[in-house]
Design a protein around this ligand. Structure first.
Ligand SMILES: *Cc1c(COP(=O)(O)O)cnc(C)c1O
Length: 435
């Protein structure tokens, strides 16, 4: 796989370079020079394959030249070792549950695949690969658990003290082994600033082999295409041909992967970008003007993004052609009040407990159907397990959440965390003391 930068289409880098740089120096994003289209026979018979088989087929179409077949199969099977079921909600609507991995969020797909790819591409380097990551919650858990036990890697997670949910904090701080947690007495932005400064520090760079587990890394995008194909496979098995996907969107990595799957030949009727009031993309699709705004805090906090970093990738997939893009992508904006109402309706009418992000995606399917009646399956993506956001639910709904094994296993485990301030010197000396 060769990649260019969305800011410079003449640039060429290898898959390895794209993985370890995360993003090009020109601040664009890496995109594949050619997007392979899967053969029609395979797509018409998707239902015959398992999630792992589909994942392997897609991964080899994209990066089969960079990773030998046997290794790629091991990477896929190790990374994608949990299910992604499509469950019916009513006659025309179904939910694709992406929260059955170790951190209970869809980010497990990206983080687990990327960790194994990075370890594979580091085989000939005897230095440990040091991953630094700042998190406001969900990313850190997925990265921590994605790298846990992966040989040759070590992860340092920085999170803002007191600003992540109890389940998230347990996922960050109780791992031990090659994962360590630092709680910073500040905000997420402070954590991010510390990580950035570490990457620019000559002394640290000469001692450690540093990398970021950035969400825009191409190795996180690729595995997110797998579950769109697999969801289609499950619907195909029920005789359904027309599918609409509703994707709760913040940085637009998830829906970006869906659109990549579409370009690889997956027959999707429509994608719905469902956002909270951070509505830069819905406003763009209405007005044609891309005007980012500072992010606003909402109930669906993993989507509180004012300037979605993956949007340039999506524009690039459509060669900047807004009209064609608009035929494939619609969007809906959902307020906090509507999110609470949607959570209530899902619980009372459908006996389904949805996290706030998921509830937004469901409401968008309901709105879309009002405007577009017809015979199709509307599939909304459940991006996290509700137990990660306990503060959002009224007591009666919270009581119905079944605690998954991933959480019960954490209970009683010892929290191991280093408390630091926001100054770079203490973070640097922490890294140097703990080589
Ligand atoms: C990260 C996240 C999102 C947003 O995904 P993007 O790829 O950034 O659009 C939605 N829901 C949950 C639960 C998340 O953790």
């Amino acid at each position: 796989m060769q990649l260019y930068s969305t800011s410079n289409k003449d640039l060429r880098v290898s898959f390895r370079q794209a993985v370890f740089n995360s993003l090009p120096a020109d601040k664009g994003l890496y995109m594949p020079v050619t997007i392979p289209v899967l053969d029609t026979y395979f797509i018409q018979h998707l239902q015959q394959y398992t999630l792992q088989e589909i994942a392997f087929k897609i991964a080899s179409a994209l990066i089969g030249d960079d990773v030998p077949e046997d290794d790629l199969r091991k990477i896929v099977n190790g990374a994608i070792d949990f299910e992604a079921p499509v469950r019916p909600l009513d006659s025309g609507t179904a939910v694709l549950e992406l929260f059955h991995g170790p951190s209970l969020a869809f980010k497990d797909f990206g983080a687990r695949f990327m960790s194994r790819i990075m370890a594979f591409l580091s085989q000939d380097d005897d230095r440990v690969l040091d991953v630094l990551v700042a998190t406001s919650g969900d990313t850190g858990g997925a990265v921590a658990l994605g790298f846990l036990g992966v040989p040759g890697t070590r992860v340092t997670i920085l999170y803002p003290k007191g600003k992540v949910s109890p389940v998230q904090e347990m996922q960050l701080t109780t791992n031990g082994h090659n994962i360590r947690a630092v709680e910073v007495d500040g905000t997420f932005d402070d954590c991010q600033a510390l990580v950035k400064e570490a990457f620019n520090d000559q002394e640290l760079k000469s001692i450690f082999r540093l990398t970021s587990a950035n969400s825009i890394n191409i190795a996180r995008l690729i595995p997110q295409t797998f579950y769109y194909f697999y969801a289609y496979a499950q619907l195909q098995a029920q005789g359904i041909r027309e599918v609409v996907f509703s994707v709760p969107s913040g940085n637009f990595g998830n829906i970006g992967a869906g659109l990549l799957a579409y370009k690889m030949g997956l027959p999707v009727k429509q994608f719905i970008a469902a956002t909270n009031v951070n509505d830069t993309v819905p406003r763009f699709l209405q007005s044609g003007r891309y005007e980012p705004r500072p992010s606003v805090q909402t109930l669906a906090n993993a989507m509180d993004v004012g300037n979605p970093s993956n949007w340039v990738r999506i524009m690039d997939l459509f060669d900047g052609n807004e009209e064609i893009l608009k035929q494939v992508v619609s969007s809906y904006t959902v307020t906090d009040a509507e999110t609470r109402e949607a959570i209530r309706t899902l619980s009372d009418q459908y006996d389904y407990t949805a996290c706030p992000h998921t509830a937004i995606a469901w409401l968008a399917t309901a709105n879309y159907r009002k405007q577009n009646p017809g015979e199709y399956a509307a599939v909304f993506l459940a991006t996290a397990h509700p137990c990660k956001f306990p503060e959002v639910f009224p007591r009666d709904i919270a009581a119905r959440i079944v605690t998954p094994q991933q959480v019960s296993l954490l209970e009683g485990r010892e929290k191991q965390v280093t408390a630091l301030g926001t100054d770079f010197e203490s973070f640097k000396s922490y890294l140097l003391r703990n080589r």
